[in-house]
Design a protein. Sequence first.
Length: 282
Amino acid sequence: MRTKKTLNTLATITLSVISTYFLMGVSAKTQTARPQPAADLQYQIGGTLYMQKAAEYRSLAYQAFNLARLRLDADLDKKNIKKLPKAERRMPRAIVVDIDETILDNSPAQAYSIANNAPFNLKDWYAWGEMRKAKAIPGAVDFLNYAVSKGAKVFYVSNRDEVQKQATIDNLKKVGLTDVAADNVILRAGESSKEARRTAIAKTFRILMLMGDNLDDFSNVFEKRSIADRFAEADKARENFGRNFIVLPNAMYGTWENAIYDYGRLTETQKAEKRMSALELP
Ligand SMILES: [Mg+2]
């Protein structure tokens, strides 16, 4: 009885697999000669190679950290301190930095994802983090260690998960950063917004600059906004860039891409369609 039932089930599955195969084959042939695979991440190759192989990317990273050092040196100048409100003069200095694609380079994880047609997923992401193999973004270590040597407190505010904390601390130490501990590596315990974490730091420190590859690393005015709104907010904040907001390039991923998808949970095919329709043509 059980054998017969199993055979019946097997026959049904086989039939449905065969019919699906032929149906898909027919519809694919009628639509296009070359059907797309489920997760085609080829579009990420350009952004990933730009980070890994372009000396221009490296130069932009140096430019960001050189500028950060200029801003810090200006702040260390006693003449400038007098321009601050009295209450703030006594507060210790802090520099708030994001981690991924700001201090650590995760492009090998992105390359792995492309090579395996595996869109971002926590299993692969955690596995990469556990390896502690991320290299530093060019210029990051020299600048942050310089800031620490001048008495500034560096806070690493990242949306990595709490479970990744030890591996993250280990990786930051491994690249040569001098002041890395459980209390200044502040990961995501609850909400993804970094606003509350920035506000908590600002209670006891004067945050003289923020560094990140994503506008959400700077202010909550950019969070979950449309492309047009993100442009408008960036225009409003233009005086901050290169002063207290120092931006690193990241063409691999980011909220800029989520905005193209209207922050929706889309299939890879739907995402590809959104990307194509977002292109501005002549
Ligand atoms: Mg980042």
